[in-house]
Design a protein around this ligand. Structure first.
Ligand code: KPL
Length: 295
């Protein structure tokens, strides 16, 4: 299968590297990373160490069987417009935040699948990605239910040795992932700690409060997500990714724009009642951004 991985950041590069062991992969990203991958291949270190040679470029190819979208949520609109000219059989978003699949589906003629990914990755240097934690890719039709396309894409991803579940309840899965990201990302970014610091204590209870608020908003919107489930999923991810730096901590440490608007900011906008913890986390991250060059 020809897979265009759009967004060769840390997660996209790791998934692209894993998939390239089995498939014909094109990594689409920015220089100098893409330039180095094109010249010397992609080096994966950490949980598994190997080198692969995917194609690498800065623009979207003319065609692919699957576009796996891993760009930051604030880039989804521009990537959707570029993908509209690409001849595709299917598109899968594994991005953080809500609303990415809808934006892609509005622009594309092919089926757009929803996905979540809990693999841990960090870009070490141009051409090198650290594989920091094994997780899972969950994917399925964005409106829920089964589809032949989801089964085919799930099989292709699993064949490459990526832990994969094809799910029939993606709307709930996306809210579950949002609850985990709302709990972990801003808290770890603001406190400059690894995910494991939220296992207990003040950070743990702040994260649990953010997860509970997100579950309440999910229920307001007709998604059956209990507070206890949101909190226990958050605890599981914190335990399984204890040594990882969340994507938002990586963004803040690098002085880059964060996904706060698509995570805690989304919870605030979607809420019918006050969500003070998510609101405070959103304001604090925006305060950080305003004091730096990050947009
Ligand atoms: O998705 C993540 C992220 O960092 O964005 C988690 C699951 C919180 C792992 O760090």
């Amino acid at each position: 299968m020809h897979i265009a991985v759009v967004g060769a950041g840390s997660l996209g590069s790791l998934l692209g590297g894993l998939l390239a062991r089995e498939h014909d992969v094109t990594l689409v990203g920015r220089d100098p990373h893409v330039d180095r991958v094109d010249a010397d291949g992609l080096r994966v270190t950490g949980v598994e160490s190997f080198r692969v040679s995917p194609a690498a470029r800065t623009d979207i190819p003319d065609s692919a069987d699957l576009a796996l979208v891993a760009v930051k949520s604030y880039d989804t609109g521009s990537v959707a417009a570029q993908l509209a000219d690409c001849d595709l059989d299917a598109c899968l978003s594994v991005q953080n935040g809500m609303g990415n699949e809808e934006r892609l589906a509005d622009a594309l003629a092919c089926p757009v699948l929803a996905g979540t990914c809990t693999y841990g990755a960090r870009l070490e240097a141009p051409g090198t990605v650290a594989f920091t934690g094994r997780g899972e890719v969950v994917l399925g039709p964005r409106e829920g239910g089964r589809s032949a396309v989801a089964d085919r894409v799930g099989e292709a991803v699993a064949t490459a040795g990526v832990e994969t579940t094809v799910a029939t309840d993606m709307p709930t899965r996306l809210w579950e992932k949002l609850a985990v990201n709302a709990a972990v990302n801003a808290t770890t970014a603001l406190a400059r700690v690894e995910n494991g610091a939220l296992a207990a204590g003040a950070g743990g209870s702040l994260a649990a409060d953010a997860a509970r608020e997100t579950a309440r908003v999910a229920r307001e919107r007709g998604v059956d997500l209990a507070d206890e489930r949101a909190v226990s999923l958050t605890r599981e991810v914190v335990r399984d990714t204890a040594a990882n730096r969340s994507s938002m901590l990586q963004d803040v440490a690098a002085g880059r724009r964060t996904e706060i608007d698509a995570i805690n900011g989304y919870v605030v906008r979607a809420a019918a009642q006050a969500v003070p913890v998510n609101e405070t986390l959103t304001r604090l991250v925006r305060t950080w951004a305003a004091g730096t060059d990050a947009a």
